[in-house]
Design a binder for this molecule. Structure first.
Ligand code: ANZ
Ligand code: ZN
Ligand code: ZN
Length: 879
């Protein structure tokens, strides 16, 4: 019997959740992760780890500090652009907002990134692994309003505190490239890009809706509206139209969709799907409905243009609907209908932007007193205004087909309008019900000469007919809206525009950049934004005509800051251009980007857009910024995402103080594959801690001999090479760090079980173990390497290579029994562990039949001969 088998299984390896750590062969490994017997451990080195028999616990804090200081002093992870021949690896984690404290989500994100960075360095790549701060944003300004602290100071202090916490995690960042987006040296380039976009018509000003607090007399960000009321004074929030700045992201809508083909390999399908929905491409037609004039004169002069995805339902239109903001309304509304229209508009103001589009809102609307003519059958359709039609989508007007559009049907039921069915469903001969529209395709009825056609053919033919009559054309619409970037806020990038009476909108000249945020402004939270109230900032001479003029006082959405920071990291100190083209093109696209799924749409679409703009400005040559994307799963406690309001937060600092960064990292990496949800358990943390202590004791047992020449037994040699193979493959191919760590745990078992010459563990084996562990637990790796007297630094060792000769070993036939009866045979390598043998046996179809739903009480394994699976069955039940 191998000791290895016994140890890894411990006789308690029931089928467990994936998060317990699954070996690549599907077996659960709890090598040293058994729950603690006692309560919380005492972690003072001198006291031992709550286990008096094991006094050899090491001084985590001292050791981790020692290495962190050394890395810092040596600038150990500074990235010098290597020779062109050296492979490069740009590993980027989404930079944090400096809230002041890191949370477990950060720890997970940055640990994953660090393993990859360290792994690729050891593999010989030149690695760029930067960090910085997404430093503008509302919380700093809210702190200023509520507590009177200066946003800049608040932010800087938070950055300092979070930097300290990140350093305590031992992440291998190149701190020389640290950037903070609130530095004028950074946001200057936001302004530079803005001007380039303005010159190209990609930045423009137009009416946009904002949230407005009537009591504070101020614009509110969406985050400042809580359940429809102002965060400060609890007054109901209204909407207001204001001149706003937009970036024309819609000009890139098709390309943003199209270029998904470049990302199918490297991005999660889920993210691409979410983006596809966000961009929301709809193919259909635009159709003109001439307005009926009572004098029958001007028919056709005025027309309502609608967008529809269902030209096949044109004969079913029974009325028209315009968005409340539609410009034609003023020209259409009859005097008799005007009072009702005004009332309706008053009511609308009460609705916030978010709630208006909600599906379950009653379909409010008013009649304008006019009709329009359906071009296919000359019917006259009443023209209404309703809030469920959005000005920002399509043409801001629709033909309503209540029989086949649910929203139209609900509106009809409320306002007593007619319904006409024009599509017969393929399967059922009758229509579902009076309350449910049939929205699918079918056969046309009541549709003149198009009756009898199927939806698809009819769509084509009706569109062609409309084109031939000059009444319409094929059209494509996107849900994606232009990006509203103005914020009536202080703590953001000032928009570099001057308003001149004579010249209009004039960009600040490039030599005058950056437009720096003024200091010493008032934060009241009411009235105009602090910048608008700051006369010294506001008043300026026009760059073009030198007459007195006014600066734009809006600042930019902070998503601007995060749209191109990945390029700035490559050349962070450049003060002539945003970055040097050659240097950036040598590094982009980012090889691996890592962050939360919550950024699937906004951030990741804005950055893709910005990249394409930079490409079109000739600054980058690639089409996409991020070649691969990993979206890490949530960290949960008690099944729910950790959150302050829920009170289920574990503070990373507490864990690091008690157990050390290596334990925190190892636990997080081992508990679940990176993209899966991770349930925080103290048992797991302690298991990771115990494992690291086992490694420590293994090295301690070596004594003082530095003799590396002792032979390693062939059996152990084989396990070492198999471990190298598995760890490498799991990191490289699928980022399955949990199984990679499980493999190192098995190696520790083996090293404990196969002392090279009976008295001491294998030095060569431990050396390999430390190299393999270094990316996961970098401090203990470096410390034990030094203590073993090995030369150099473990983090600069080349990654070991598995010798293929050791991977294909001789095989043996194993007999499989279930409850003592032979049920099959499998061929396995001689050194197969009990864990592996068990897993393979359980996959055998015959075994599955005979085990069935029963639980397994015991496994008897005789290496090279037999495995017997004993189930919880009374003997009489055995067939
Ligand atoms: C007639 C029709 C008949 C429609 C039918 C649907 C079903 P998607 O697929 O989301 O693009 N629509 C067009 N512009 C709109 C706007 N600004 N606000 C609200 N609704 C608008 O939806 C396209 C459909 O949404 C269009 O096709 C139009 O209604 C409506 F049996 O036209 B349809
Ligand atoms: Zn208010
Ligand atoms: Zn001027």
């Amino acid at each position: 019997e191998t000791m290895l088998g016994k140890r890894s299984l411990g006789g308690r390896a029931e089928a467990r959740k994936a998060s317990d750590g699954i070996l690549d062969d599907g077996t659960v490994c709890r090598a040293s992760l058994t729950p603690p017997q006692a309560a919380l451990p005492r972690l003072q080195p001198e006291e031992g780890f709550g286990m008096s028999s094991n006094p050899s616990v090491y001084d985590v804090t001292a050791i981790e500090h020692k290495w962190q200081e050394q890395w810092e002093r040596q600038r150990a992870f500074a990235c010098l652009d290597g020779p062109p021949s050296q492979p490069r690896f740009y590993c980027l984690v989404m930079f944090p907002y400096p809230s002041g404290r890191i949370h477990m989500g950060h720890v997970r994100n940055y640990t994953i990134g660090d393993v990859l960075a360290r792994f690729h360095r050891m593999r010989g790549a030149c690695v760029l692994h930067p960090i910085g701060w997404d430093a503008f944003g509302l919380p700093a300004e809210n702190a200023a309003i509520q507590h009177g602290v200066d946003p800049e100071r608040w932010t800087r202090e938070n950055i300092a505190e979070m930097r300290r916490q990140l350093e305590a995690l031992g992440i291998s960042y190149d701190w020389d490239r640290e950037i903070a987006t609130c530095d004028p040296s950074y946001y200057r380039w936001n302004q530079w890009f803005f001007i380039k976009m303005f010159e190209r018509g990609l930045a423009y000003r137009a009416q946009g809706l904002v949230n407005w607090c009537p009591s504070c007399q101020t614009v509110l960000a969406n985050e400042q509206v809580h359940d429809g009321v102002c965060w400060r004074c609890h007054t109901a929030v209204t909407q207001q139209a204001l001149q706003q700045w937009f970036l024309r992201i819609t000009a890139y809508a098709e390309e943003l969709l199209e270029d998904h083909r470049l990302l199918t390999e490297g991005w999660p399908e889920e993210v691409l799907l979410m983006q596809r929905h966000w961009i929301g491409k709809s193919v259909g037609a635009e159709v003109e409905f001439p307005v009926w004039d009572d004098q029958r004169k001007a028919v056709g002069e005025l027309a309502i243009r609608i967008f529809t995805t269902r030209p096949d339902t044109l004969f079913g239109a029974t009325f028209m609907v315009l968005a409340p903001e539609h410009p034609l309304i003023e020209r259409l509304v009859t005097p008799a209908c005007r009072p009702a229209l005004e009332q309706f508009r008053e009511r609308l103001k009460q609705a916030t932007i978010k709630t208006r589009a909600a599906a379950d809102r009653p379909k409010e609307g008013v009649f304008l007193g006019k009709t329009a003519i359906n071009p296919v059958n000359q019917e006259r359709l009443p023209i209404w205004v309703a809030e469920y039609v959005m000005m920002e989508y399509g043409t801001g007007a629709i033909m309503a087909v209540p029989a086949h559009d649910q929203r139209d049907l609900e509106f009809t039921l409320r306002h007593g309008l007619p319904v006409r069915e024009v599509i017969r469903p393929p399967s059922s001969p009758s229509f579902p019900s009076r309350e449910t529209a049939y929205e699918g395709p079918g056969t046309l009825i009541n549709s003149g000469r198009f009756s009898g056609l199927d939806s698809e053919t009819a769509t084509e033919q009706i569109t062609a007919w409309l084109v031939s009559q000059g009444k319409g054309k094929g059209a494509v619409t996107y849900k994606l809206r232009d990006w509203l970037i103005s914020r009536q806020r202080y703590w953001g990038t000032p928009i570099p525009i001057v308003h001149c009476q004579g010249c209009g909108l004039v960009p600040v000249s490039e030599s005058e950049l950056p437009v720096v945020l003024p200091t010493g402004v008032q934060f009241t939270g009411s009235g105009e934004s602090p910048l608008a109230q700051c006369a010294e900032f506001r008043h300026i001479r026009c760059p073009r005509c030198a007459h007195p003029a006014e600066r734009e006082t809006d600042t930019m959405d902070t998503f601007v800051d995060s749209s191109w920071y990945y390029a700035r990291y490559v050349d962070p100190q450049n003060d002539h251009v945003p970055f040097d083209r050659e240097r950036v093109n040598a590094w982009l696209p980012v090889h691996q980007y890592i962050g939360g799924i919550e950024h699937a749409c906004m951030h990741l679409i804005y950055a893709r857009f910005w990249h394409k703009v930079m490409r079109d400005l000739g600054l980058v040559t690639s089409d996409e910024p991020f070649a691969r994307l990993l979206t890490q799963g949530m960290v949960t406690l008690g099944g729910a995402a950790m959150s302050k309001s829920r009170g289920n937060v574990v503070d990373p600092s507490d864990i690091i103080t008690r157990y050390g960064a290596d334990t925190a990292r190892l636990f997080i990496l081992f508990a679940a594959p990176p993209e899966k949800q991770l349930e925080w358990t103290m048992d797991g943390v302690e298991g990771a801690w115990r494992f690291l202590n086992r490694v420590w004791r293994l090295v301690e047992r070596l004594g003082t001999s530095k003799d590396m020449s002792r032979p390693t037994s062939p059996a152990l040699e084989r396990i070492i090479h198999r471990t190298i193979h598995r760890v490498t493959r799991d990191i490289e191919r699928s980022y399955q760090f949990n199984t990679a760590i499980a493999a190192t745990m098995e190696l520790v078992n083996a090293l404990t079980a196969y002392p090279a010459l009976g008295d001491e563990p294998s030095r060569n084996g431990i050396k390999t173990l430390l190299v393999l562990l270094a990316p996961f637990a970098p401090h203990i790796g470096a410390e034990l390497w030094e203590r073993m007297g090995l030369s150099g630094d473990v983090h600069r060792q080349p990654w070991p290579q598995a010798d293929p000769a050791w991977l294909t070993g001789e095989t043996v036939d194993l007999v499989i029994q279930v409850d003592g009866k032979v049920r099959g045979r499998i061929t396995v390598p001689q050194q197969t562990t009990e864990v592996e043998a068990r897993s393979q046996a359980l996959q055998h179809p015959k075994v599955q039949v005979f085990v069935g739903q029963r639980s397994i009480s015991r496994v008897i394994y005789i290496p090279k001969r037999l495995i017997n699976i004993v189930t919880n069955t009374s003997p009489s039940e055995v067939p």
